[in-house]
Design a protein around this ligand. Structure first.
Ligand code: FAD
Ligand code: NAP
Length: 338
């Protein structure tokens, strides 16, 4: 039975620990709950916030609408061949629990995506990626409920229009669908991906690392470099790595020979936003209870549990400094609400 709670405190439900009260919050434990909540809002037409683990959002003031807290649970093998396993995962499953489950059952392919906070349902929204692997490499399809009609629709990999930290759900279909499950096509045989230099270096002593060793190495690198949101509130990388054309990269290289950039094909270079922020002098800077992380300048932390606007003000200053020094626009990664 659906409960809609008024004046709901969202501070424990966002990893930046920003204070925020939502006008209403509904815990979604089943498809029936979801349809009932959408029905409840049909006459009210309040703004909606679909909330997973709250690890990629900035709450900028109280939320004047209905939060749908996605708690759908369950994982099921839905098909199998000699080569692949198709695993269907409910949207509210914790992502790291999914990774661990796959490691335990020898369903391979998620090792490099170990220790990313949040839920399975949010993973396709920005096509989560880390250490040389993005979700779309193992993605089969997802099921989502259209908010306006309540109808459940299936999107295959092509329909999701995945890109670098991007999908159709951040663009043309933004705020139109609620993902209720995803299906991954995983491997029966290990197929480790060591394309990422930091990962290769960590495993250099092993001739044939196992997927479990890859996962362990990813977890070790992440723990050494990234702040644990449970201890130091943060939302991971605050900015996307900007893409520039090769000519722009060469111009920057002439002035900054150490600038970090990676060819992505089609004449484009991906710049390391963390390098730009550090070079602009912001690594480790702290002001008004918010800070730029000392070990990775791409991460903004909120040790003082300050407001979303304080976090965004620091981000704006960083963006302005990078723009002034390099003439590069930084794009924010977490989504801002309301
Ligand atoms: P939320 O923050 O709850 O939501 C994010 C967005 O998705 C919101 O717009 C929300 O409305 C929408 N959404 C959530 N669930 C659904 C749903 N079921 N249906 C429709 N829309 C939905 N990201 C990476 O890609 N790679 C990393 O390596 C990485 N590392 C991180 C490390 C740290 C320490 C932190 C704090 C974050 C990191 N992130 C990383 C960002 C974040 O963990 C991911 O983007 C994650 O997928 C967000 O999941 P969530 O459930 O917390 O989403
Ligand atoms: P890092 O190793 O310090 O590298 C800095 C940046 O360089 C990364 O953003 C990465 O881009 C890029 N990079 C490094 N080697 C590359 C290569 N060989 N080819 C292409 N690009 C390369 O990064 P980090 O901060 O410690 O993060 C490690 C990984 O975890 C990265 O993949 C990062 O995306 C992911 N991560 C993401 C978040 C988030 O919130 N989105 C938070 C923490 C970590 P990519 O980002 O495109 O990989």
């Amino acid at each position: 039975m659906l409960h809609i709670l008024p004046q709901f405190d969202l501070q424990p439900y966002n990893t930046l620990a920003v204070p925020c009260v939502a006008a209403y919050c509904a815990e979604i434990n089943s498809l029936e709950d979801l349809l009932a909540a959408l029905h409840w809002n049909k006459t009210r037409q309040l703004p909606l916030l679909v909330l997973g683990g709250g690890s990629n959002i900035v709450l900028n003031g109280d939320f004047p609408g209905l939060v749908l807290h996605i708690r759908l649970r369950g994982m099921e093998v839905v098909a199998e061949t000699d080569e692949h396993i198709w695993l269907q995962i409910a949207a509210g499953e914790n992502w790291q629990r999914v990774v661990q489950y796959c490691l335990d059952f020898h369903y391979w392919g998620l090792e490099n995506l170990s220790m990313i906070p949040g839920t399975a349902g949010a993973a396709p929204i920005q096509n989560i990626g880390a250490y040389g692997v993005e979700l779309d490499t193992v993605f089969a399809e997802l099921r989502a409920v259209e908010i306006s009609s309540g109808v459940t629709v299936t999107f295959d990999r092509d329909a999701c229009r995945f890109g670098y930290r991007d999908s159709i759900f951040k663009n043309r279909l933004r705020d139109r669908y609620i993902i209720v499950s995803i299906t991954l096509r995983l491997y029966q045989q290990p197929c480790v991906n060591l394309s990422y230099p930091a990962l290769r270096a960590a495993l250099a002593g092993l001739s044939e690392p196992t997927p479990q060793q890859v996962s362990d190495a990813v977890c070790a690198i992440r723990s050494a470099k990234l702040p644990d949101p449970g201890a130091v509130p943060n939302a991971g990388s605050f900015f996307k790595n900007p893409l520039v054309d090769s000519a722009t990269f060469r111009r920057l290289q002439a002035d900054y020979p150490n600038i970090v950039g990676f060819e992505t094909g089609a004449g484009q270079v991906k710049l390391a936003a963390g390098w730009l922020i550090e070079a602009a002098g912001w690594r480790g800077v702290e002001a008004e209870g918010v800070a730029v992380h000392g070990r990775q300048a791409l991460v903004i932390t909120n040790p003082g549990h300050r407001s979303g606007s304080t976090v965004l003000q620091l981000a704006a200053k960083i963006g302005a400094a990078v723009k002034q020094q390099f003439d590069i626009d930084l794009e924010r990664e977490p989504r801002v609400y309301p």
